[in-house]
Structure formats: C-alpha cells, structure tokens
Write a protein that binds this ligand. Structure first.
Ligand code: GLN
Ligand code: ZN
Length: 745
C-alpha cells in the first residue's frame, strides 16, 4: 500500500501580513501593481518552500490570491458581469471585489460554514473570453520550485455553479463552462503537471444528491483531457452522494475525516481500489495538536479496511483557516503553546502520521505529544462555580419576564423610523495607535482611558449633530468584537501573530477557548457610562453574542460547543445586568455569526439552532421588560431561519441587506417576523457614500413590506473599516432620508 502526504491549500496572507500591507498600499496609490504582484509571489513561494522542506509530497498550489480565490476563478473564466466591463485589469478585479462609484461590488458571503467570505459569481448569458495566463504562470513557477510535487488547485465547476447566481438554467451554464475547464486542464496537461486538485466542497451540501447528473456529465467530460484529476471535498461528509461520487472518473478523492461520518461511509461502502483516497485527518479548521491515540487507530482502521488502496495523509481542508506558526506565540504559556498546531505544525503532523502508518517506529514522538497534552490538562483546570451554575439553570433563565407584545410599550419611545448605527465608528490610525501605546505601556491606564473617552465624546457630539436617535459609544477601545471580550474572560487565549483571512485584506485573530469561561469583572460598563453621561439620548450597550464569540473562536474539543456557548452566555448575562444597572435602556447583542454556524446539512440544523438560540436567550433574558434588546446579523440569508430568529426574542434586529437587493427583507417579511427590523440601508463595505435618494429608495422597500412601527434605519454593519470622511456624509444622508420619510408618512 502506498502512503504519501498532501496539502489542499495554505495560508496566503504572509507570515507578517505582507499581502494586506501591500494591498492597502496599492489601494492608496502608494504601491505599483508590479510590486503588489511581487509581494504575492514572495508569499506563495515561501509557502511552497515550507511545505517542500517539511516533506509534503503533493503540494496544493495556486490558491494564493489578491483578494479571494473564488473571484480569481470568476475572473479567469471571464464571468464578468456587464457593470464591470467598463473597467479592465486590476481595476476591474478590485471593482468586482469592493465596488466603485456607481458600480456595486459582487455580493459577498460566507464560504460554507467558515468565517471566510467569498465573492458570489454572477453568471449571465454573455461571458468574456477566459484567460488563464496568471494561473499558468503561477503553476510554472511552482514547477520550478516543487517539480512534480506541484499540484494546481482548481475550483470545481459544479461548486462554482452551485455558489453562483445563474441567469441560465444549470444545464446551459454547464455547457458554457465545461469547454473552458477542458481548455484549462489541457493547458495544465501541456505543462506536464502530475495531477490537478479539483475542489468540489459543494458535494457535502444537503442538496448535493440532486447534482448527481451534473457531476457525472462534468467529470465524464473533464477526464477525457487525460490529466489525472483529484476530486477534493471537505467540511462535512459526502452523505448520500458517497456511492456515486466514488465512481466518478477521477484518479483520487479526498474526504474530510474530522467532520461528519465519512469514516462510516468508507467502512459501509468501501472505496475503489483503482483510486487514491485522500484522508483528511488533520483538522484544518482548528488549532489543536493531533491526539495520536485517537487518530492513529482511525488511520489503521482505514488501512485495514481498504487494503491495497493508496492513501494520502493530509489536512482536512485548506490550511487557510489556521495561522502560520504556533511556535511564534512566545507570550502564550508554554503548556498551552505546546498543544497548539498551526499550519506549520500541521504539516509536521501530516508527515508524522504518514510515517507512523507506513510502519516507522514513532513511539517516542507519540509519547512526547501525549506528555504535552497531560501537562496542558494539569495547567487548565475546570472552574467549579461555572459548572455548578450551568447544572442549575432553569427554564425561566431563558425567558424574558414579559413577552414582546406586552413589554413593548414600556420600552423607550422614539420617533418613527428611528435612526441608529451598528456600533463601531472608524478605527482611525490615531485610535489604533492609542491601543498600541497602551499595550506597550507607553500610556498609563488613566491616560489611555482619557484618550478613549475623548474619542467617545467626539462621537457622541457628532451623533447628536447628525440627529441620530439611538447613539453608540463607538467601540474605540475594541480591536475586534470577539477579541475584546475574550481578552477579559479567563478561559480564552490570544495570539500575537495568529491572523487568518476573513475577506480580502481583512484578517482576524480568532481567540482560542482553552478552559472554562467565567466573567470576573464588568467588561463594557465604563465606556457605556462615559458615553451615556454626555447625552440625553439613549446610548446602546454593546455586546457580542455568545454564539458569535464561540463561532469566531477556535473551540475546545473536550466539551461540546453548546456547553461552551452557555458558559459565554452566562458571562454576558452578568454584563447585561450590569449595563442595565448603569442605566442602559437599549442593549445590543450582536450575533453576526449565528447563521454561519449552521451545519452544512439541513438535517442537523435544528439541533444547532436549538442550543444556539438558547444561548442568546440565556445571555439576554435577564433584561427587564423596559430594556430594549437589539441584535445584529450580517452577511447571510435568513429566509430559512426566520422562526429561529424570532425565537431569539430580541426587540429589534438590524440586518445586512444592501448587498442582496432587499432579498433579506423580503424573506423576513414573508416569514412573518413580528419584531422590529433595521434593514441595512447602505453597504458599509464599500467606500461609496450613498445619496439620500438611494437610501430613501431602499427605505421605501421597507415601508412597502413592513408596518411602519417595525422599521428602523441604520447602515448594514459597523463602520469601523470606513473613514470619517465617508461615514459623516453617509450618516447625514441616512438621517435626512429618515426625516423625509417621516414627513411623507
Ligand atoms: N457592533 C459591531 C460593530 O459595529 C458589529 C460588527 C459585525 O456585525 N460584524 O462593529
Ligand atoms: Zn455586521
């Protein structure tokens, strides 16, 4: 039996965020396109060398990107919507990614159940000529460095279509795309490439079985090119598609063994001897070191049941979801650092496991890994009080004391079409500098707080001048909406360099939950009080919800996600109570990541939603009836979970909408949502300032769909990534639009 090692993609932002820095310099006109490309090349070449040196035998390449790998394929295949055809080259590329005056960007949405966002392809009848030259150039460069080990990664046609907005029917779209893929594979074949990875994660979605014929048509045709195809799936199991997927005419198939029940499927249905199986046993979505005593037996089981099949040991998906190198995290306690595994460590684990399965004696290594785990377990003790509190929760703890209809009238009274923002204001370099100086000890706590308070005061003054109705303090003290809370909660750890890409040039450093979470002191009350003391208008208390904190962190694997969410919810519950005591009449608990945590297969939704919604309720139900609870969600479709959103029992929800043409609002309305809705009136991800007229137009859709008393007016997300020069006129127009509407109503 042949056993080798492979990767399915690698972090592509640069170990020191080189790509972000270069992109931002390019956008602000400080860097030439050529230097931008060079930065990308350097990053990807260093990635290749790392993988080569560790001993990976099939190295996935070609996933490095200027913004998004899906956009790259949209671009290469010439799937350029009409509105971008006026631009060319990089200008076109970035217009599609970020929009331009009068030209809205492609829609952006979450990549499966990850916190990575991709741009949604729009496929129309007329498409421009394909151009693979940049990809071919990358592949040749990779061949120079990696030789036969270079394996190009291509986004599969069925997944591309499944994720697209398609004007044609799928058969027509397939027949348009297929010849392009054939050309691409032919070009790759001409380069003498050993094989191509075709990523088809759409195969794990709930509706994949209905794509059976498309997959068969596509792969029957692609295999005629003659280049060996490696069909790659991840994020869940193949489910009912397994029996026909393993019969597709490809040379290799990769399965995610860290999620879902692929192992069971392999054992039940077997796996064809004439294909190679890619065994994704190293979790590409979490940062914990492998537990040899758990993984080795699984591998051995596979080896025994598939005797004779060749296997590749590999990460479960692209490693883009984990940072580069855990060893750099010198500030973390060594007991924790030693059980962390980022991309570089995962490469070593892949090699270690392959050696073990091949029969090398790796006993010493295994024992060493196990000893780091025991040291960690002693270091991270359980918190008795939180465990006790969880055990004694009662139904009432999840239930506000009065139902929505009954508590409504006791809540704060506001004008029609009340205006507000989602929470954050621009994180200027001045603000970021403040936090850096404080962290470095160059500012004392009182100096730092005074400086933050000055920012808060400016923002309150501005919001009053703009005439907003419900104000926010601006979140100047927060680096990131999850990190800020995690940093104050025992049980969370933070990295210095653990960046992962969220979208484009936006990277996040997900916290690591490594122990029981408890709140020891108020986290947001001081800034709330400062803000509220400066105005008669209500200021929103601003919290990140338990499910979002969990979903945007790397979770523990020793207790359930539900238990972790409830621990966080209890911490937030105490915060809600303290904010109320400090005078908050309105408290917003953001849950932008609630939906992305949905399992990919709808059969598993209800189980998740049940505890996720309960976690939100546990955090907020403590609020008095007079306190107006808001929540905020972005980047998703809600149509199918309206009932669950209603069960959150928030008084007001603000949602992202402007990028999906009022689709969200329609869904909310059709779903019979009865609480108040702030349907985002403009896209904050674009630097374009919306006109009053555009906002009015957007609002009128709201009025046409919802009773006036349910409607709020707000941007579609926080404003931290924008400049003041964009925010001020945009909000001015927004308030003006609301005022005009009030006069009409
Ligand atoms: N309150 C947060 C902010 O305004 C919400 C951000 C989000 O939804 N991603 O930044
Ligand atoms: Zn948002």
């Amino acid at each position: 039996m042949q056993i080798q090692t492979a990767t399915l993609g690698y972090p592509r932002i640069g170990k020191n965020r080189e790509v972000k820095k270069a992109l931002e310099a390019f956008w602000s006109g400080k860097l030439e396109a050529e230097s931008l490309r060079q930065t990308i090349h350097k990053v990807e070449e260093s990635n290749w060398k790392t993988q080569l040196e560790v001993g990976i035998e099939r190295i996935g390449i070609g996933d490095t990107t200027l913004y998004d790998h899906v956009l790259d394929w949209i671009f290469r295949f010439g799937l350029i919507p009409q509105r971008f055809q006026q631009f060319s080259g990089l200008e076109r590329y970035f217009a599609m990614a970020r929009g331009q005056e009068g030209t809205p960007a492609l829609e952006m949405t979450k990549w499966f159940d990850t916190n990575y966002h991709y741009l949604v392809p729009e496929i129309a009848t007329d498409i421009l000529p394909a151009d693979f030259s940049d990809f071919i150039e990358t592949v040749s460069r990779a061949q120079n460095i990696l030789g036969k080990k270079a394996v190009p990664i291509v986004l599969g046609p069925c997944t591309l279509l499944r994720l697209s907005k398609v004007e044609l029917n799928i058969d027509e779209a397939v027949s348009k795309l297929l010849p392009l893929y054939v050309n691409l594979l032919t070009e790759l074949n001409n380069l003498g490439i050993a094989e191509v990875q075709i990523h088809e994660p759409a195969l794990v979605l709930g509706d994949a079985n209905s794509w059976k014929e498309h997959f068969q048509t596509v792969y029957n045709s692609l295999c005629t090119v003659g280049i060996p195809l490696h069909l790659v799936t991840y994020f869940d199991d193949l489910g009912e598609t397994y029996p026909w997927v393993i019969d597709l005419p490809v040379a290799a198939i990769s399965l995610d063994l860290t999620r879902g029940r692929n192992l069971e499927l392999i054992k039940t249905h077997g796996f064809p001897q004439n294909k190679r199986l890619g065994v994704g046993v190293i979790d590409a979505r979490n940062i914990w070191q492998v537990r040899p005593e758990k993984v080795i037996p699984v591998l051995q089981e596979i080896v025994e049941s598939l005797y004779g099949t060749s296997l590749d040991i590999q990460p479960s998906a692209s490693l883009q979801f984990v940072p580069y190198d855990a060893k750099r995290e010198k500030r973390l306690p060594s007991q924790l650092r030693n059980v962390l595994s980022f991309a570089e460590q995962k490469l070593q684990e892949v090699v270690f496991l392959a050696r073990t399965v091949k029969g090398d004696n790796t006993k010493t290594e295994q024992e060493f890994i196990e000893s780091t785990w025991s040291t960690f377990e002693e270091f991270s003790p359980a918190n008795q009080s939180i465990q006790e509190r969880l055990k004694t929760l009662k139904i009432d703890d999840f239930q506000r004391s009065l139902s929505y209809g009954l508590r409504l009238d006791s809540q704060i009274s506001l004008p029609q079409f009340p205006t507000t923002t989602i929470g954050s204001f621009p994180q200027t370099s001045e603000v970021r500098q403040l936090r850096v100086q404080y962290k470095r000890g160059e500012l004392s706590q009182s100096e730092y707080e005074a400086a933050i308070d000055a920012q808060i005061a400016d923002s309150i003054k501005l919001q009053e001048e703009l005439g907003l109705d419900v104000l926010v303090h601006g979140e100047f003290e927060r680096t990131d909406m999850v990190e800020f809370f995690g940093q104050q909660l025992p049980g969370f750890a933070f990295t210095e360099n653990g960046w992962v890409q969220s979208y484009g040039s936006r990277y996040v450093r997900p916290p690591i939950i490594y122990g029981d979470v408890v709140r020891t002191t108020p986290m947001t009350v001081r800034e709330f009080k400062v803000a509220q003391s400066l105005t008669q208008k209500p200021v929103k208390g601003m919290l990140t919800g338990p499910v979002t904190i969990l979903n945007w962190s790397y979770p523990r694997t020793d207790i359930s996600r539900q238990e972790q969410a409830f621990q966080i919810a209890l911490a937030l519950r105490d915060e809600v109570r303290d904010l109320e005591a400090a005078g908050a009449k309105v408290i917003q608990v953001d849950e932008p990541a609630l939906r992305e945590g949905l399992p990919l297969k709808p059969q598993r939704w209800s189980e998740y939603l049940s505890w996720a919604v309960d976690a939100f309720r546990l955090a907020t139900a403590v609020a008095q009836p007079q306190t107006q609870i808001h929540t905020h969600m972005c980047y998703c479709e809600f149509g199918d979970i309206i009932k669950d959103i209603e069960r959150l029992d928030a008084d007001v929800i603000s949602i992202e909408n402007s990028r999906s043409n009022n689709q969200t609002l329609r869904e909310i309305t059709e779903g019979g949502y009865s609480h108040q809705v702030g349907n985002g009136v403009y896209d904050i991800h674009s630097p374009v300032v919306p006109t009053t007229e555009q906002i009015l137009q957007q609002l009128r859709t709201g009025v046409a769909n919802l009773p006036v008393k349910q409607i709020w007016v707000n941007p579609d997300c926080g404003l931290k990534t924008r400049r003041w020069s964009e925010v001020i006129p945009a909000l001015k127009n927004m308030v003006e639009a609301a005022q005009k509407l009030r006069q009409e109503a």
